[in-house]
Structures are given as C-alpha cells and as structure tokens.
Write a protein that binds this ligand. Structure first.
Ligand code: UDX
Length: 445
C-alpha cells in the first residue's frame, strides 16, 4: 500500500519505518528541512533501538522516502497518517494547529478516495475537526472527493518503539465506515498474523482509548508513589507492599514501581489534557488532577530527602547524578525528574557531576548554559567518574549498568558514602552491609 506520513517525530518515524519494513511504499513528510536532509543522509534524530537499520535498509531499497513537500507526496497515497506534534497549550489542552494545518493541505491536494488517519494523541472530537477542515478545502475547490478520517492511536514506548510496533498488544482502530475499517485491517494484517489484535470501534471511542490507557498507567504509578510516601513515614517497606499487591492478578505487577516521578512526552501531557477535556465538560476531574499533582510532588522527593540529610544549604557539597533521561533506553529529557532535581540542587548551591549512557548530548544542548559555564554542572564520560569526591550519589534513571556497581570501589571514590536511590534499585540491607547511608523511595533506610 502507498502511505504518506506527515510528521517525522517519534511516532511518525517509527510508523513509517515499520510499514516500509513490511513492504509498503512510504513517504515521510516534515516541514523541518534540516531534519529531512539528515534523514535522507541516514541520520536518525532520536535514539531508538533497532530504528536506524530499518530506516537505512528501507531507504536504500526505495520503500521509504523523506521529503518536505506534502502536495508532491500526495499523488498516489491511499492512506495519509497525521503524526505531527500536539504540544500542550498554556491551559494544558492539546494544541491542534499543526494537525489542522496538515488536514487543510490534504484537503487542498486530495485527488481520489483516501483514508486520513490521526496517529497523534488528540482530544476526543479531533477527527471531526479534521474531517471538517478537509471538507472546507474540498468545497473551496468545488470538488467532491470521498474520504474517511480514522483514529489509530499509537501505544509504543520509547526505547522499545520498533519492537512495540512490530509486535503490538493491540491495534486500536476508530473507523466510522466499513470501507475505512477494511483498509486499516489490510494495512495492519501483517502485524497481527497469529491472532487478531485489531480492535475496531468508533472514532471517538478510539480517541478516548489512548488517553484512558495513559491516564490509567499514570494513575497506577501515582497511587504507588503515594503509598510509598506513607511507607516512608510508617516504617513500612514499599517493595514488600508492591510484591504483596502485584500478586493479585486484578492489580498486576507492572507500573506499580514507586520512584521519583514519571516523565516523558506522554503521561504528563496526556493526563493534563484529559483534565482539560473534563473541565470543558463542566466535570471536576478530581482523580486525574490528583494523579498529576502527586507526580509533580514526586519529582521533588529526592531533593526533600537530600535536604533532610544535608540541610537546606548545599553549598560546598558535590553530588553525583546517575541517569538524566526520563527513563532507561532513551535520550529523552522531556519532563524528566532529573531536570527538576538539578534545578533544586544547583539552586541550593550544590555542584553536580552527572552521567547518562545516552542523554549526554541532549543534556549539553538543553540544560541551562550557565550551569556549565559556572562549573555548577559537569557531564562526565563514565558512571564512575561521577563519583569522584562526591558527598552523595543520586540515582535518577534505572539504566542497567547502574544496577550492580562495585560498591567497594564506589565507596572508595566518594567523600561520604551516601546514596539516594530514586528508582529503588538497591536493597537497603545490602547497602547497610556495604557501609552506605541509603535512602530509597518508601524503603526503610
Ligand atoms: C508511555 C506508554 O507506556 C505508551 O504506551 C504510550 O504510547 C506513551 O507513553 P513512555 O512515555 O515511552 O510510554 O514510557 P513508559 O515506559 O510508559 O514510562 C513512563 C514513565 O513512568 C517513566 O518516567 C518511568 O520511569 C515511569 N514509571 C513507569 C514509574 O515511575 N513506575 C512504573 O512502575 C513504571
């Protein structure tokens, strides 16, 4: 099938590469000419395992092309996917200007029946607006061309995006006509060969499904973070509680790990957008607001523990930070708890040595320049280099290489043997045996 994908961000690029890998002819379009140039030269703008090789091989074989010219890319496609950004507005709702601009361009250039697919996470009712925007342009042209708008939200996780796309748990298709549903079924047939994972529903149902999935996962995490805060006060081990409740299959083990807060491009933005949607319906989204507020609080939890141990004035102290990305397997710093922590530590006068296996470049370009110029933040080339003479180590992202360090070497390098573990990677008892002053999240220190 001929597919045109507009937007070469996370979702668009992974979707394009994976459809091409399945033998489709894919054109990826983006307004950012520099990005398209880089993609045409085989450079991938994001770190995502497995993506680079399939972009390279499919580009070489001509199944995957990159261009800035949407009208020119519209000659043969049967399916148009809109995967452009929906950044949060000032009030937290998703800004649809890019989505609607793409819809208008499609309306200005459409020549025969096509399915227009919303891939971006967009509020309920967006497909109707996309349909309206296309219809207006067709009317201006005085032509009658049939088309359908489909909602096909993406559930891929950063760091496992290619794998998630190739072997999805489910494919949600919101389609209001049998014709559109049929095209989507054919498009995804190869991804669901062994048993049908396609769930067809109404367009609005699919739009809500994406938000509900992310909000449910965010709720589980915030719930567990609140229980962990209570565990800290009541001398209870949250890790035991996690095991105890996770064993109930109705609850399950996943997404109940307490930590220093969830980040990334989805959970914070989607929970806030859902709150806005509810408020616009004159509802009081009490639970969703609390999920968001608990997470905002949670991003301060490490700093609070540090202040409780060292006092509010951290001048003269050096902290090692392990992990900057919002989670392992990515170089993404969006909404990362590490950024909040760095602001707080540096604000309190501390000096930082930080290391992340993938996010160093992102950190260098996105964090305040003054921190580097004033020597408040130094990015080091190895995890052990972040330990040299430090007063405490703070683990923020649970990258695998941080899991089993040589604790005696770690202790020797540090000035004081103090560890704040934002992802509960270490056993308090083991840390005590190794002579560390240890602080986890909801763990007995
Ligand atoms: C998420 C959804 O999982 C995915 O389906 C959706 O399409 C996009 O949003 P992603 O943002 O890539 O994916 O990351 P995910 O692996 O879900 O983790 C989100 C955040 O939650 C991370 O900051 C992670 O550290 C945190 N988290 C996760 C916890 O704090 N505790 C947990 O138990 C699980």
């Amino acid at each position: 099938m001929n597919i045109t994908i507009v937007g070469t961000g996370y979702v668009g690029l992974v979707t394009g590469a994976c459809f091409a890998e399945m033998g489709n002819s894919v054109t990826c379009v983006d307004v950012d000419a520099a990005k398209i140039d880089r993609l045409n030269n085989g450079q991938i703008p994001i770190f995502e395992p497995g993506l680079k090789p399939i972009v390279a091989s499919n580009s070489r074989e001509g199944r995957l092309r990159f261009t800035t010219d949407l009208p020119a890319a519209m000659k043969e496609a049967k399916v148009y996917m809109i995967a452009v950004g929906t950044p949060p507005d000032e009030d937290g709702s998703a800004d649809l200007k890019h989505v609607l601009a793409v819809a208008r361009t499609i309306g200005q250039n459409l020549e025969s029946y096509a399915v227009i697919v919303d891939k971006s996470t967009v509020p309920v009712g967006t497909a109707d607006r996309v349909r309206g925007a296309i219809a207006v342009e067709l009317e201006k042209r005085g032509v009658k061309i049939p088309f359908d708008v489909v909602s096909n939200p993406e559930f891929l996780k950063e760091g496992a995006a290619v794998e998630d796309f190739m072997r999805p748990d489910r494919i949600v298709v919101g389609a209001d006509t049998p014709e559109a549903a049929d095209i989507m079924r054919r498009l995804y047939a190869d991804f669901t060969r062994n048993h049908d994972r396609i769930i067809v529903m109404g367009v609005r149902d699919a739009e809500m499904t994406k938000y509900a999935a992310n909000a449910m996962l965010a709720t589980k995490i915030s719930f567990m973070n609140e229980i962990a805060a209570l565990c800290d006060r009541l001398d209870v081990d949250a890790e035991k509680v996690r095991q105890g409740i996770g064993s109930d299959s109705r609850i399950g083990y996943s997404f109940i790990y307490p930590g220093c807060g969830y980040g990334g491009s989805c959970f914070p933005k989607d929970v806030t957008a859902l709150v806005r949607m509810a408020e616009e319906c004159d509802l009081d989204p009490l639970l969703l607001q609390a999920v968001h507020r608990r997470n905002e609080r949670q991003k301060h939890v490490l700093f609070e523990k540090i202040v409780a141990r060292f006092g509010a004035d951290l001048s003269g102290l050096t902290f090692g930070v392990w992990g900057l990305a919002f989670k392992p397997g990515t170089d993404d710093l969006r909404e990362a708890p590490s950024v909040v922590l760095l602001h707080e530590l540096i604000g309190a006068g501390a000096r930082i040595l930080a290391y992340d296996p993938e996010a160093m470049e992102a950190a260098r370009s996105q964090l305040p320049r003054a921190w580097f110029e004033n020597g408040q933040l130094q990015l080091v080339l190895h995890q052990y280099a972040a330990l040299e003479g430090i007063d405490a180590l703070v683990l923020v992202t649970e990258w695998k290489p941080f899991r089993h360090p040589d604790f005696s070497a770690v202790k020797k390098m540090m000035k004081q043997p103090v560890i704040f573990d934002g992802r509960n990677q270490y056993e308090p008892a083991v840390m005590r045996e190794n002579g560390f002053d240890y602080f986890g999240i909801g763990r007995r220190g």
